[in-house]
Write a protein that binds this ligand. Structure first.
Ligand code: PMP
Length: 457
């Protein structure tokens, strides 16, 4: 440890952390053996630690940062809001930011979504969509529509309802008895699940399974929930737009609702403002979080069609009200950040920038990463990338989990000035949309160095 003031403050932070903190998704026995990075500041696409070292934020601070850190326009908007009020409730009151943002979100969202219900996290946006779908059918007297269809290995958040429509062998192990029963259908994941099939054949197998699912269960389904185009936390598993379009068609044909969980894919991450646009799909409910505020503050939203909204509009005594709301729902600081973030999309032509940098990123991945001896698969849609490390490229055999290869490769990349975080043995890259061409080079070079160091390639 250094004896400088900064060093002292670092060790004090670490001491306090080790003494009093419990980190999310973290095995604390490993954490307490590490030398944690203490982030003090952010600047553009970089995070800066308490020793003054700069790191490229290669996973957008858990997939949420959009325009970089400390963006002057978003900072100013939050400061200006702070001079008005930091928080006021949406239960029985409204405020200008929430109202303006709702109108703006309806303006950028896919057609048909006309109502915005705020909350404060991706998981709560999902809970709300599930409860709205369920209550919608209950209010219509269709009480048989009480189940949900979701994709194998889906991830929709960590609360009980969101977990119930998700699936993870590791994450759900101890809570399975608490989860409600969900109908699963398997997406066309060529590398692992449909081995031996080419993408076309795998797509057909997946569509056939979805079709059978709706044939058997169609009239008991309230909604199909899907992460459009990319299943993120499952390991960055893309599916073709045709699959999403067919799922949407099957749900509609069965009289069920379609919920698009755009918490991770929304706000430009896949190359369009929302991923479902690429399949020409118009969901009945859409969940937004993460990038909604530019990745600044905890604000989320569930967007609904007018038809769903209207089913809840009735005299009070009928108890059709949607009795759901969190304390910080529609927080004014979050709304101010979100409005400023939408302005930045226009001012900086963010999506045009994304269109320019995505081919560059994909080109580097194809040219320099896919060929590394221990890289089994490079999966990417827009700025969402998963590099799966395998012990054997031919057999696609996994590494022993105890080797923690993905984790160690990500830590090794840190020495090259880049912060990334894996999902199992899949190294995830998900930079802010504002990443520059030079920074893409840095991101890919550090990833290669990290993988080489750990796999001995
Ligand atoms: N849905 C998806 C698709 C996600 O990727 C996530 C988080 N990674 C969530 C929901 C949950 O969001 P939060 O962590 O904000 O609750």
């Amino acid at each position: 440890m250094t004896t400088s003031d900064e060093g002292d403050s670092e060790s004090q932070s670490v001491r306090r952390d080790f003494g009093a903190l419990w980190h999310p998704f973290t095995q604390m026995s490993e954490w307490s053996r590490e030398d944690p990075l203490v982030i003090e500041r952010g600047e553009g696409n970089a995070l800066i630690d308490d020793q003054g070292r700069r790191y490229l934020d290669g996973v957008s601070s858990l997939w949420c940062n959009v325009h970089g850190h400390r963006h002057p326009k978003i900072d100013a908007a939050i400061r200006a809001q702070l001079d008005r009020v930091a928080h006021t409730t949406m239960l029985g009151l409204t405020h200008p930011g929430a109202a303006e943002l709702a109108e703006r979100l309806v303006g950028v969202a896919p057609n048909g979504l006309t109502r915005v219900f705020y909350s404060d996290a991706g998981a709560t946006a999902v809970e709300i969509a599930l409860k709205q779908a369920f209550q919608y059918f209950a209010l219509r007297g269709e009480t048989n529509r009480s189940r949900f269809v979701s994709l194998a290995d889906a991830y929709h958040g960590d609360t009980i309802g969101a977990m119930s429509v998700g699936y993870s062998e590791a994450y759900h192990r101890h809570h399975r008895p608490l989860l409600f029963d969900t109908i699963r259908t398997t997406p066309p994941h060529v590398f692992r699940w449909e081995r031996g099939l080419d993408p076309r054949a795998a797509l057909q197998v997946a569509i056939d399974e979805a079709r059978r699912t709706f044939e058997v269960h169609g009239d008991e389904v309230a909604a199909l929930i899907v992460e459009p185009l990319v299943q993120g936390a499952a390991g960055i598993w893309p599916h073709p737009p045709e699959y999403l379009a067919e799922l949407a068609r099957l749900a509609k044909e069965a009289g069920a609702l379609l919920i698009c969980d755009e918490v991770a894919t929304g706000f430009g991450r896949t190359g369009t403002m929302f991923a479902c646009e690429q399949a020409g799909v118009e969901p009945d409910l859409m969940c937004l979080g993460k990038g909604l505020t530019g990745g600044y503050l905890p604000l989320a939203a569930t967007l609904a069609t007018e038809a769903i909204f209207e089913a809840f509009v009735a005299p009070y005594e009928e108890l059709a009200t949607f009795f759901h709301g969190h304390t910080f729902t529609g927080n004014p600081l979050g709304c101010a950040a979100a409005l400023a973030s939408l302005d930045v999309f226009d001012d900086e032509q963010t999506m045009a920038h994304v269109a320019e940098i995505v081919p560059l990123l994909h080109g580097r991945l194809d040219a320099d990463v896919a060929s590394l001896p221990q890289v089994g698969d490079v999966r990417r849609v827009g700025l969402m990338v998963g590099v799966e490390l395998v012990q054997d490229r031919e057999t696609r055999a996994h590494y022993e989990p105890a080797l923690r290869v993905g984790y160690r490769a990500s830590l090794a990349a840190r020495k090259h000035g880049v912060i990334i975080r894996p999902l199992g043995d899949t190294v995830v890259l998900m930079p802010p949309l504002s990443i520059t061409k030079d920074e893409i080079g840095q991101l890919v070079d550090a990833t290669i160095a990290g993988i080489r160091e750990v796999t001995g390639a």
